[in-house]
Every structure is written in C-alpha cells, then in structure tokens.
Ligand binder design. Structure first.
Ligand SMILES: Nc1nc2c(ncn2[C@@H]2O[C@H](COP(=O)(O)OP(=O)(O)OP(=O)(O)O)[C@@H](O)[C@H]2O)c(=O)[nH]1
Ligand SMILES: [Mg+2]
Length: 249
C-alpha cells in the first residue's frame, strides 16, 4: 500500500481526492417515474432526498463536478422521477446515486403529491440495495414536518444499519453564528445522527461529503481498491477440492 503524504491544513486529504475522482466518474444510468421501473441492482445505492428546492440536484452536480448531470432549477419541482447515476472507475459500476423528486412543493396537485409520497415511502422502505440516505435541508427552514415524517419512515432501516446524513445546504446564506445554531438544533432533531454544512456555491463541505459517501460505498476501505495485480493471488477454483475459505474480516 502507498503511504499517504500528510495533507496541508484545509487541503483535501488523499482519501478525499480519491473520493472526488470517484464522484467524477458519475454517468446517467436511468430515470424511473415509478418504483417498478427501477432496475434491480446489487451495488450500494445512495439516495438524495429532501424538500423541493433544497438543492439535491445541485448537490449531486457539485459532488460529481458535472454541471448538467442532474436537473437543477430555480423552479421547485424540477426533478420529477427517480434518476440514477452510476459511479465507478473504468466503466465498472460500484455504486449508484439516486436523485429523488422533492416534497413539500405547494403548487403540486394533491393527487400527485399523494402519489409521490407513496412512491418515495415505498422506495425508502423496500429498495433492497439502498445503503445510505442523504437528507438535504435548507437551514433557513430547518427540518420541517415533512422531513420528520421521512425520518420516521426510514428510522427502522437506520436502526438496521442504513447510513444516514443530513446536509444543511445553501450554508453560504448563513453567517457563522447562524450556521452553528442551526447545526446544533438539527443535530438534536436528527437524534445525534451526522449533520454537515454544505454549500454548492462556496464549495463548502464538498470534499468531506464525497469522502463520507465513498466510505459508505466502500466499507472494505482502500484495501478493497487494490488493483488485481497487487492483490494476493486467488487460488484457481478448478484446482481446489474444497470451497475457498471466506477472507478474514
Ligand atoms: N446560494 C445557494 N443556492 C443553491 C445551493 N444549492 C442549490 N441552490 C439553488 O437552489 C435552487 C434549487 O436547487 P435544485 O438543486 O434544483 O433543488 P432540488 O432539491 O433538486 O429541487 P427539486 O428537484 O424541485 O426537488 C437552484 O436555484 C439552485 O441554484 C447553494 O449551495 N447555495
Ligand atoms: Mg432536483
């Protein structure tokens, strides 16, 4: 393994750089207006959820360093389907990001609102490969009633190990005192879960969040990332009498 050179204060660490490179591999996979249109996948999936206009699509574009990957707009309700983006070097998908339509947009007709709430609750409760949820929240609104409902929906899965991160987006709109205040309030509301400040505009928290998501998708760490020629030789199964033993944790 290569030894990481010490990072200068404020500069991205070696792992953050790896995570940003990984994020940059993002490419469009598919769009699904309903749950049953989503392909069954066996790689970790990370969903971006939150109120309409919270900055989900912009956050994905910022993390992936691609301006037009996800549709972002001043008009709330811009994202109307579940959009999946593949991540992984050399065209090999090792994780997927999911950009979800936002909730809470007043101008959406009641029936459409209800339908979407059902689709989202279903997605969050049943998507088998869902590994982590990033809940984006405008810190000037804080966690709203609809966000609390979402927290209730996902709580049983979080208890079972689903990863969870709250991002306070548009933090460029707050001064330091306001930011610290909302950070501690939302930390309490989120029951001690991870809460971070984020700004697409000022690029605040970008490297750190990329690293966080990389960790979610690569629980085996850098060791699992070694190129094949550096890994210990695998026994040829055709020359084995028995099943190979599971690698040690
Ligand atoms: N100042 C500032 N504006 C932001 C930031 N992130 C997003 N925005 C703006 O917020 C608006 C909504 O952003 P989107 O990314 O489309 O929001 P969304 O959550 O995907 O919205 P829906 O698709 O409607 O659910 C756009 O005008 C963005 O430019 C940020 O960090 N700072
Ligand atoms: Mg969007």
């Amino acid at each position: 393994m290569t030894t990481a050179s010490p990072a200068l204060p404020g500069s991205p660490s070696e792992l953050e750089k790896i995570a940003m490179g990984w994020m940059h591999t993002a490419r469009f996979l598919t769009t699904a207006p309903e749950l049953h249109h989503l392909p069954a996948l066996d790689v970790p999936e990370i969903a971006f959820v939150g109120r309409s206009n919270a900055g989900k699509s912009t956050c994905i574009n910022t993390l992936t360093q691609q301006h037009r990957l996800a549709f972002a707009s001043k008009t709330p309700g811009r994202t109307q389907s579940i959009n999946l983006f593949s991540l992984g070097k050399q065209g090999i998908t090792d994780a997927v990001l999911a950009d979800l339509p936002g909730y809470g947009y007043a101008a959406v007709p009641k029936a459409a609102k209800y339908r979407w709430q059902q689709v989202m609750a279903n997605y969050l409760q049943t998507r088998r490969n869902l590994t982590g949820i990033v809940l984006l929240c405008d810190p000037r609104l804080g966690l709203t009633e609809l966000d609390e409902i979402l927290l209730d929906v996902v709580r049983p899965r979080v208890v079972e190990g689903l990863k969870f991160l709250v991002l306070l987006t548009k933090s460029d709109k707050l001064n330091k005192t306001e930011a610290n205040k909302v950070l501690s309030i939302v930390r309490l509301q989120a029951g001690g879960g991870d809460v971070k400040l984020f700004s697409a505009l000022k690029r605040k928290g970008v490297d750190e969040v990329a690293r966080h998501l990389w960790d979610w998708a690569h629980p085996e760490g850098l060791e699992g990332q070694m190129p094949a020629q550096n890994q210990p030789a695998k026994p040829n199964p055709q020359t084995q009498d028995e099943e190979p033993e599971a690698p040690e944790a």
